[in-house]
Design a protein around this ligand. Sequence first.
Ligand SMILES: [Zn+2]
Length: 399
Amino acid sequence: MAMTAAVKDELSRLAVTKPCCRKAEVASVFRYGGSLHIVGGRIAIEAELDTGAAARRLRKDIWEVYSHRADLVIQSPGGLRRGHRYQLRVTAGGEAMARQIGMVDGQGRPAFGLPPYLVNGPLCDCEAVWRGAFLAHGSLTEPGRSSALEITCPNMESAIALAGAARRLGIPGAKHREVRGSDRVVIRDGDAISALLTRLGAHESVLAWEERRMRREVRATANRLANFDDANLRRSARAAVAAGARVSRALEILGDDAPEHLAAAGRLRLDHKQASLEELGTLADPPLTKDAIAGRIRRLLAMADRRAFELGIDGTDGPHPAAGQASPAIAATGPEGSIGPQSVPAAQAPHGTAVTVPTQAGGVSADSAAQRSQELPASTDTSIVSQVGPGALSSPGSR
Ligand SMILES: [Zn+2]
């Protein structure tokens, strides 16, 4: 069931016993969904509703609280109307009732806002006014970006009065809006909508609304995570920070031996840890393409790792293999993907995109390292060198 219909259905079944609340609800249904007519020179009042249950509830209250009889006319769907319309008309005693509910003032002139006894009445009557207004002209759209609880009002005064009633109930964000010439009261905040529905007594609708909101939120989060840009941003930031740590170690290993253009690229990486490769390239002097800066950083790391291997010290990506650990395999992709032919005991993968440094204890074939490098999520241009941890390669069954 659509949310609007669910709320109306629940409100029209809600048991309300206090006479002040029943009076207020009737007055509100006429205020927000009614009209004044002159029939035979006398004032008649009419209210139009879109469900039979709401119409029956109104007719009962008119009789029990105001002691007037209302005639019910059911209009079939047609023209622009999709559903039945239920018109209740009070002809005999209509003028007296119009005064009682504040549709006309003491001089018999039409009134526009809510009568003072409702504007300044008890909070239970603020709730009743909102119930009546929703039954008469309310709508609630599905949770989402444009979700809203809305009441279409007959004029500006009644809209301002309704927004005021929401404020008195402690519901934030009920705003009077003029949309295409019609006055509306709109609440957009999901929590405020829940709070108002609770005050109105539409508890099943609150549960349904909250459940749909939650499902919607889970979907939205999933969509955000799947969003390419966002995921990529986070991934490049992580990759940049990891690369920063490796570059710092590389500069330490090579010291003054680092070729100046490679060291400069490394220093840029350190000075701007969160910057993308593209941004780093523009910061270089002279500017470099992102592939060129990535290549220089890769060569710096490779050079440092070779030096570390020769010296038997820790490389840029963890403890030295001699310290009893399996050596990490280095896999890289991109135009300058392979670390280089002079790479010490390195085996070139068939397609030239991966290089592994075998461990002393048998090691791993270049094939499997290449395979694994393809499974890595971050082996895009944003991560300079992807590291396959020793654990990932030492699983039983790996060739
Ligand atoms: Zn009351």
